[in-house]
Write a protein that binds this ligand. Structure first.
Ligand code: GLC
Length: 439
């Protein structure tokens, strides 16, 4: 049905949600801060780029699909996966149930293109993961590609091969829409996720996908379900990919998705891993701008997780368990003019956290703080730090500069965190100084 003006008004009314309701719905997501993304599929067999390798014609489609015959999941241990994810400090996880190649990882009745029917794994790989995620108390996210380059009723397959155009055969397109709805109903019914992570929306419009109806369908069984932005305008939060935002994103809720090396799925040739330090730094960068980080792992076809990825998750675990108070209950910090580095604040706004991804050569400086400082300590270490205030003149409202001594022995091997307890919610001087009026 084409939207008439009346329809549009009706839609706005039914989707109208107060800010309070949304805040409530987003509460766990806002506090979660760290999530682990999992890209697992037949592409891990030969270690080629997920779906894109055939779409961009690096590899013929049949060769790509041939990997199914060798996708075994023979050492798949969902308990081990979830243990590691939980150990990292992540509060949620998002797994690929179906990538753009159309191969479903759950036992779908909607088509034969699934790992139960097409691969030696011969079982539902999502169900045991979901059970384990629930057992260990993490939040569950399901990645689902709206587009499906393998489906005969989907308009295009590769970037050079088009099956048909929607406007030439709308009935055929509606068949595809029905298929998507059937798959999503299954996921909803079987796994009841807390979050849907859509992808591939860029190929069609909201109207073609029936985005609103998808959101309604998912919310009909779980009104609190969270939906990412990749559904053409009907999502709850933004998903910048790979590039760390430079300025704080305008969206109230956002999540940076990021790979540990350069690939989402497992690739034998990709050894370009970022160090745990660099990834932790990125995580803190997100925290300081009110965002989450969704960090990706790409298990091998047999279900084992590469050592480099295990090591990163473990180092995250060490750092997050030590610095809990400066992670989950924080929000964006103060502008960079006040402190040359990353900062956050606690919910009440009276504790300012400074993150030091370096060894200071002298005292650490904070400018323009109007509050009185009650106490300064090292998070996860407890040591009280000495500080001094210089340049405070009695005749001026410009506050002095705060200098904090950070001795070598309190430094974290990766990122040291300092907490400053203020006499009330943070108050900043944002002016450009004053000239003398008396002396
Ligand atoms: C992209 C890619 C995809 C990847 C995803 C993760 O949009 O299409 O391969 O799964 O981003 O964010």
């Amino acid at each position: 049905m084409l939207p008439t003006i009346e329809n549009c008004i009706a839609q706005t009314i039914t989707t109208a949600e107060t800010n309070d309701e949304k805040m409530k719905r987003m509460e766990w997501f806002d506090r979660a801060k760290l999530g682990i993304f999992i890209h697992w599929g037949i592409y891990a067999v030969d270690g080629v780029s997920e779906s894109w390798s055939f779409h961009n014609n690096y590899l013929p489609y049949d060769r790509y699909m041939d990997q199914s015959k060798r996708f075994t999941a023979s050492k798949y241990d969902p308990k081990k996966w979830v243990n590691l994810i939980r150990e990292s400090g992540a509060q949620y996880t998002v797994i690929t149930t179906k990538h753009h190649d159309g191969m479903a990882l759950w036992n779908t009745k909607t088509s034969d293109l699934n790992v139960v029917k097409q691969t030696p794994a011969r079982r539902d790989l999502i169900a045991p993961f979901v059970n384990e995620v629930r057992r260990q108390g993490l939040k569950l996210g399901l990645y689902y590609s709206l587009l499906d380059w393998s489906n005969d009723n989907y308009p295009n397959k590769t970037n050079t091969e088009t099956r048909y155009r929607i406007k030439d055969d709308p009935a055929r397109w509606e068949k595809f829409v029905k298929f998507n709805f059937a798959q999503l109903s299954e996921l909803n019914k079987n796994f009841k996720p807390d979050l849907y992570w859509f992808d591939g929306d860029w190929e069609q419009s909201a109207e073609s996908w029936h985005s609103k109806e998808i959101a309604d369908l998912l919310r009909s069984t779980n009104p609190n379900v969270i939906i990412n932005s990749r559904i053409q305008g009907y999502g709850d939060y933004a998903t910048p990919e790979q590039g760390i935002p430079i300025v704080r994103p305008k969206d109230r809720y956002w999540e940076l998705c990021m790979t540990m090396n350069d690939s989402w799925g497992f690739q034998h040739t990709d050894t370009n891993f970022k160090s745990p330090f660099i990834l932790l730094r990125t995580f803190v960068d997100c925290l300081s701008m009110n965002g989450n980080m969704l960090m990706d792992i790409g298990p091998r076809e047999d279900g084992t997780i590469p050592d480099e990825e295990v090591a990163i998750l473990k180092e995250f675990g060490r750092w997050t368990s030590k610095h809990k108070e400066a992670i989950y209950d924080t929000r964006a910090g103060i502008p960079n003019e006040h402190f040359q580095g990353y900062t956050t604040l606690n919910k009440e706004g009276n504790i300012l956290y400074l993150y030091l991804p370096y060894r200071p050569n002298g005292p650490v400086e904070v400018k323009g703080l109007m509050n009185k400082v009650n106490r300064i300590w090292v998070v996860g270490n407890g040591a009280i730090l000495n500080y001094k205030i210089y340049n405070k003149n009695y005749w001026s409202e410009v506050p002095g500069n705060l200098y904090i001594d950070v001795p070598e022995r309190v430094l974290d091997p990766s990122i040291t965190v300092i907490a400053i307890l203020l006499d009330g919610p943070v108050k900043l001087y944002r002016g450009s100084g004053q000239v003398i009026t008396c002396n």
